[in-house]
Design a protein around this ligand. Structure first.
Ligand SMILES: [Zn+2]
Ligand SMILES: [Zn+2]
Length: 135
């Protein structure tokens, strides 16, 4: 019996952009920074780290915007769904948990940039919590 490699598919709301992550999802964090709030239009973003070489766009293309120096946010140029983010020189890429076809498999382990937390966002205190980006 052939062994099927583990992979996770995802894409944007309108279906123009599809991607596949081969291998494991590495870890997940809820980011409460103002840039994520603005970029997504929500209180925080749940990101999932993946090895950059394991992320492949299989349909369409991701449109990128350098939203702060060295930080690149990727989204669908048609429907605007946020899909990916990475910084210059980062080993890992980060996909948005909600853009995965099966977001329920994601288990965030930490909250970061809680110094930007909105008062209407309820924090899961069982997760590790950081005011800024952990060292
Ligand atoms: Zn789209
Ligand atoms: Zn952020």
């Amino acid at each position: 019996m052939a062994v099927t490699p583990k992979s996770h598919q995802g894409g944007c709301l309108c279906g123009s952009v599809r991607y596949v992550v081969s291998g494991d999802l590495l870890y997940s964090a809820n980011c409460h920074c103002r840039s994520c709030q603005k970029a997504i239009g929500a209180g925080f973003v749940t990101w999932v780290a993946v090895k950059t070489e394991n992320l492949e766009v299989t349909k369409g293309e991701i449109t990128y915007c350098e939203t702060s120096p060295g930080m690149h946010r990727g989204f669908c140029g048609r429907c605007g769904s946020s899909l990916e983010g990475h910084g210059d020189g980062w080993e890992d890429s980060f996909v948005t948990a909600a853009s995965l076809d099966d977001p329920k498999i994601v288990k965030p382990v930490t909250n970061i940039y809680l110094d930007h937390q909105q008062p209407w966002v309820i924090i899961d205190e069982t997760l590790r919590c950081h005011e800024k980006f952990p060292d």
